[in-house]
Ligand binder design. Structure first.
Ligand code: PLP
Length: 391
């Protein structure tokens, strides 16, 4: 038996992340500018960092309860009520996880059985499809269209549903498209979700980054709330990616089931980081606001510039990604990014890393300084000129 035959065959055939592959190449080269990684460039606000330091100083270095510190769960529920008008109970409805990443994994493993299908609107964050497959389910893709604002339409949802469907993943504001769903958009799909009885797994990690209107959580719709599972976390809103703290909100019966996996595999999120998260969720609204203003400025700048140099880019309504079309170059998204890296030492992410529906696009993160963004635009402009695609 070969080594490849020995290991889990789903893992064997899993494609490594298209984002990481690219950045591993970029990391080996000197002088590369990268607008690739989806991570805010701000250092975590001091009052939040201080709480983690303080926790360590005071010897708060032991396991917490599996669900997470009670004060953190209380803070999370108060935050969801304050920002998104949704009620959850700190004791019954919350698990603190190791980032949104763990949350996606354990929700999926709790829900799916062999043969189940999970509807995945694409282009989508790279982890979803891999996690769905590792949990033993099948991905049923819906292609989100640029001309529809990368929204999930009722027609597309209806088409994708069948008797095997267990859940649909909703990621609005979306990575990589920046698409959002408004209350009116949700009103069109909620009756379909209700009738079908499937779960809506809503990853709201970019909820604090909507530019023209406030985020609407699908958990606000009482008629389906029992079948809504909210995933969120501290990484993007408070610039706390390295702390690895996220959470799940759902009905008690589900939380009790999901907790079993969390209990056996993780035990609890890192204790000092949970203390930092308490400070963030209770006293971080102002930090969110400050970072938001900066992201909006960068968004407006980069989108204007991309369109000026000839890459058609719709205005993203949320998150911190621009998703320009590169179709007019005639290159595939991988060719475009490989040549850009070789010729201009600029690293972007090819759209096909987010599924086949991302072909013809590249993802540009604008969670970088304006100086870096300006330098990247100059490189892109030169690249388009050299290729004769500037006209
Ligand atoms: C849509 C989405 N969900 C979840 C995550 C995971 O975030 P974390 O595990 O840092 O909370 C990311 C990270 O890029 C993301 O873009």
């Amino acid at each position: 038996m070969t080594f490849e035959d020995e290991i889990n065959q789903t893992v064997r055939y899993l494609k490594p992340s298209g984002i990481r592959r690219f950045f591993d190449i970029a990391a080996t080269r000197k002088g590369v500018i990268s607008l690739g990684v989806g991570e805010p460039d701000f250092i975590t606000p001091w009052h939040i960092r201080e709480e983690a330091i303080h926790a360590i100083e005071q010897g708060k270095t032991f396991y917490t309860g599996n669900k997470g510190l009670p004060k953190l769960r209380e803070g999370i529920c108060a935050y969801y009520k304050r920002r998104f008008h949704v009620d959850y109970d700190p004791e019954d409805n919350v698990i603190v996880t190791v980032g949104g990443s763990e949350a996606i994994d354990i929700v999926m493993r709790t829900l799916v059985q062999p043969g189940d299908e999970i509807i995945l609107p694409t282009p989508a964050y790279v982890a979803y499809a891999a996690i769905i497959e590792m949990a033993g389910a099948k991905v049923r893709e819906i292609v989100l269209k640029e001309e529809e604002g990368f929204k999930l339409t009722p027609e597309a949802l209806k088409d994708a549903l069948n008797e095997k469907t267990k859940a649909v993943i909703l990621n609005f504001p979306g990575n990589p498209t920046g698409g959002i769903m408004t209350r009116e958009d949700y009103e069109k799909i909620v009756p379909i979700l209700k009738e079908s009885g499937i779960y809506a797994i809503t990853d709201e990690i970019y909820a604090e980054l909507t530019y023209e209107q406030k985020h609407c959580s699908i958990a606000e719709f009482d008629e389906i709330k029992d079948h809504v599972i909210v995933i969120n976390g501290f990484s993007k809103a408070y610039s706390m990616t390295g702390y690895r703290v996220g959470y799940i909100l759902a009905k008690k019966e589900l939380i009790d089931m999901i907790l079993k996996i969390h209990q056996y595999t993780i035990m609890c999120a890192t204790t000092p980081c949970q203390f930092a998260a308490i400070e963030a969720v209770n006293n971080g609204d102002k930090d969110i606001e400050e970072m938001f203003v900066s992201f909006r400025q960068r968004r407006n700048y980069i989108v204007k510039e991309l369109n000026r140099i000839g890459l058609y880019t719709p205005m993203p309504q949320g998150a911190f990604y621009a998703f320009p079309s590169i179709k007019r170059t005639g290159l595939s998204s991988e060719e475009f990014c490989e040549r850009l890296l070789d010729e201009q030492s600029l690293a972007l992410v090819p759209g096909n890393a987010f599924g086949d529906a991302g072909e013809g696009f590249v993802r540009i993160s604008y969670a970088y300084s304006l100086d870096q963004i300006k330098a990247a635009i100059a490189k892109l402009e030169q690249f388009l000129k050299d290729g004769g695609w500037d006209k």
